[in-house]
Structure formats: structure tokens, C-alpha cells
Design a protein around this ligand. Sequence first.
Ligand code: ATP
Length: 238
Amino acid sequence: MSEAMLSIQGLQVAYGGIQAVKGIDMEVREGELVTLIGANGAGKTTTMKAITGIQACTGGDIRYLGKSIRGVPSYELLKVGLAMVPEGRGIFARMTILENMQMGAYLRTDTAAIASDVERMFGFFPRLKERQAQYAGTLSGGEQQMLAMARALISRPRLLLLDEPSMGLSPIMVEKIFEVVREISSEGLTVLLVEQNARLALQAANRGYVMDSGLITMSGDARQMLDDPKVRAAYLGE
Ligand code: ATP
């Protein structure tokens, strides 16, 4: 079989003497929606930060499109189609919504196609269209999440990393965000989704990994994981 789009081998990350990620293996194949679930402090965000070069790895390797990207900074990764929507979103508060979205296209020169992608995002998120001239810092948490996703998608990534998109959002906003995640995935975009809402994440995903105290403790087909008594007891509140 050909190499996965993203492949993580023996990844370790430490903060000082504290080992947050203790040698994990994961892969994401082209076209898949893969989710990484687990409790608070399991190491999910640290894993995402290591993939995107925000946090240094202390061991192992991360390969993307057949090459090691260990230590490659996020702006370089964006050039090769790896985009991330970070936890906490990282939008530009003192720019308008439209300007934030256009920032997502800063590596592109195809003006007409950018404009049509902006319209497509407004189709996904009508609320952003209504407020396009407003400063992004004035948006609600859910609206900022939508904007961060729109900005990442406008870069036309090959692989989208989403870190806890449901965090802090109302059930209606969470539903809306997941609707878009399912839609972009069904259109063929490869997605790695970190989520604490294990049920929604596994319902949307093809495959899942469970992380606990820095280790992958379980992995498999998302449907099967949803039916697994251990997953149900530990992560689905049953
Ligand atoms: P959450 O869902 O709460 O965000 P998570 O699974 O994403 O949890 P991480 O944020 O990756 O977990 O944290 C993993 C461990 O690393 C935790 O014990 C956390 O306290 C620790 N940690 C995270 N960031 C730092 C940091 N900058 N310095 C020191 N320790 C950190």
C-alpha cells in the first residue's frame, strides 16, 4: 500500500521533564476523516502542535506527503497544503471578517477563484456574510470558530487539522460546525479532527484514535468504536 498522507511514528513531546506525548503512531490516508479523542490533558493538542511545528518534538517522526516535516514551521506547511484551525482559533481581532478570510488566500493569486471560494464560505456560514465588514474581535466564540474554519479552507488545503472545533460552543453552533466538517469531508478533503465531543467526532469520522495520558490506547473504525463498550463507558458517558 502507498504511504499515508500523514504518518506519525513514535512521536514524543515533552514540556521540560513532563512527557506529554509518549511515543505514538497514527496515520491519516488521503480522503479520510480521522478523529483523535480523549480526556482533558491526554496530549491531543500537543500532538497537533507537534504536527504543525508549533511545539518541538523530542522523539519520533512526522511524515506528510512522503517527507519528514518534523520541525517544519506552520507557514511552510501551509505552502504544501497543510492547514490548521487551532484551539482558541487565532483570528485577527482587528481585521474585518472579510479581511480575515482573504488572509487565508495570501499564498494564492487566482483572484476570481478566491472570490468564489469566499462566496462558498458565506454559503456555509451565512452569518459571516451578514457581518463581513465587522471586526472579527467582536464575533461570538462560535462565529470566530466559523471564521477560523473559513480562513483555513480558503487556503485550499490538502489536509485540514481541526483542534477542538466544538469547544465552548452552544449545541446549535456545534451542529453547524459539524455539518460543515461532514460536508467538506464528503467532498474529498482529508481531515484530522481533535475533539472532546467523542460521540459527534466518531459519528462524523471514518476512523478514530483514543489518547490517554500521552499514549494511543485504542484505534479503529469509527462506527465500531461507537459501539465498543469500553469507549461507550469511558468517552460517551454511558
Ligand atoms: P485538552 O482537551 O484539555 O486541551 P489535550 O488532550 O489537548 O487536553 P494537551 O493540551 O496536549 O492535552 O496537554 C497534555 C499535557 O501536557 C497536560 O498534562 C498539560 O498540562 C501539559 N502541557 C500542555 N501544554 C504545556 C506547556 N506549554 N507547558 C507545560 N505543560 C504543558
